[in-house]
Design a protein around this ligand. Structure first.
Ligand code: URA
Length: 428
């Protein structure tokens, strides 16, 4: 084949055969197809889409572009989870230990954040000493011994995605359903778990802006997983406001620890418990919501988290510091200038403010300040009186008036009370 002909074929709305897709991925990973041709193809896919068969072939070609992990030596049904990204998304930090506390092994590889989306790895690295790198043998050993490991995605895993994601990120080709579906599912399939829970985020702070698009993405990924024998369920979750109260790194660890100890607001605990119930079902373990909540209150889930942190080199003194106040040079409180109800806290805008405070990366080379971020005191639906605390901004840089305005521009207080649900739909 010639890449230029294939780009033209897609530009004109054609569908690729499996050999054509295999050729594209093999030659892209080997370097024979340059980035500029691949980015032209990604843009053609944005306009012309891909069929179900093309998406399945692309996913498997991507799986085969790197190492496939074999977790079969770990007893039991291994479950994995993946979020399509958001703001304040600390779900893995809570859900993985909670599920593992029921004896279901969790062997998870996570990624880093970029732009307004936070990454689980960065959050874990805010724990002093925490090591996100493990050999395959070490990873498997830890899951056998403690029932849980959350490590960095191996460089060997889905090489095509590493290259393609970086390219998509700078060519406005991230938010394309077949490309997101193949990116996510190739990594999940190669990582070796038997069953997968997908958290498909929707709203302002997510790649999918409408429930209709999220539904198509969820359906595509669930079908892809099943077609290769991995039981997959997708939950469509609301990302129009940040998830929970903390947006940053160390403050998200604090919120995760408090949730693992049963100290989070009831609604948030129930949201996590519902996700845990689905993950447990995928592993063949039936538990009621009260039974799951019990593990947040009796120390079982937190004990798993502690076991994981210890197994991954976390400094023992870290545990006292995980919930200590953030140590930054500058803090600034945002207070209500009128009475009413919080009716909007835009996830994207608030995520960008947190990034500018130092909590995220605008480019891959940026260094994260683990102590920086935003901690909300009120969420959508909460009543406020004049002067009530809505949020605190934390930074080691100066917090400019401009940044404060940027924050308040993403906040609406109105007379009417609106309620937002966390789980919008479940796609099985
Ligand atoms: N998350 C991924 O892993 N891949 C995408 O393409 C988008 C979100």
């Amino acid at each position: 084949y010639r890449m230029v002909d294939l780009i033209q074929k897609k530009r004109e709305g054609g569908a690729f055969s499996k050999p054509e897709i295999n050729w594209i991925i093999e030659n892209y990973v080997s370097g024979a197809v340059p980035d500029y041709q691949m980015s032209a193809l990604a843009m053609a896919i944005y306009f012309k889409g891909m069929t179900t068969e093309e998406t399945a072939a692309l996913t498997m070609a991507m799986v085969h572009s790197g190492k496939e992990f074999d977790l079969s030596s770990i007893a039991g049904v291994k479950v994995d989870k993946h979020s399509t990204g958001g703001v304040g998304d600390k779900v893995t930090l809570i859900l993985a230990p909670l599920v593992a506390s029921f004896g279901v092994p969790v062997a998870k590889m996570s990624g880093r954040g970029l732009g307004h989306t936070g990454g689980t790895l960065d959050k874990l690295e805010s724990i002093p000493g925490f090591n996100i790198e493990k050999t395959e043998a070490g990873f498997i050993e830890q899951v056998k011994e403690t029932g849980i490991a959350v490590i960095g995605q191996s460089d060997e895993l889905v090489k095509a995605d590493k290259l393609l994601y970086a390219l998509r990120d700078v060519t406005a080709t991230v938010d394309i359903i077949p490309l997101i579906a193949s990116s996510v599912m190739s990594k999940k399939i190669a990582a070796g778990s038997d069953a997968i829970l997908l958290d498909v985020t929707v709203g302002d702070g997510a790649f999918m802006k409408s429930v209709e698009d999220a539904r198509v993405l969820a359906r595509t990924m669930v079908d892809l997983g099943r077609s290769v024998g991995r039981e997959t369920v997708a939950v469509i979750t609301n990302m129009s406001q940040p998830l929970g109260f903390a947006i940053g790194n160390r403050n998200e660890i604090t919120e995760a620890v408090q949730t693992l100890k049963g100290q989070a607001p009831q609604a948030f605990q129930e949201f996590i418990a519902e996700l845990a119930q689905i993950m447990l079902q995928l592993a063949g373990v039936e538990k009621t919501i009260p039974e799951i909540l019990e593990h947040l209150h009796n120390g079982a889930a937190y004990a798993k988290f502690v076991a994981m942190v210890k197994a991954q080199g976390g400094d023992p003194s870290a545990f006292e510091n995980l919930t200590a106040p953030l140590k930054v040079k500058n803090t600034l409180e945002i207070r209500a200038d009128k009475a009413g109800f919080i009716s909007c806290e835009k996830a994207l805008g608030i995520g960008i403010v947190a990034m500018k405070l130092g909590a995220g990366r605008a480019t891959k080379a940026d260094k994260i300040d683990f102590e920086a971020g935003v901690t909300l005191a009120k969420k959508v639906g909460d009543a406020v009186a004049v002067g009530d605390l809505i949020a605190t901004l934390y930074s080691n840089q100066a917090i400019t008036e401009e940044l404060v305005r940027e924050f308040t521009d993403n906040l609406v207080i109105s007379d009417e009370q609106v309620h937002q649900k966390e789980i919008l739909e479940i796609v099985r």
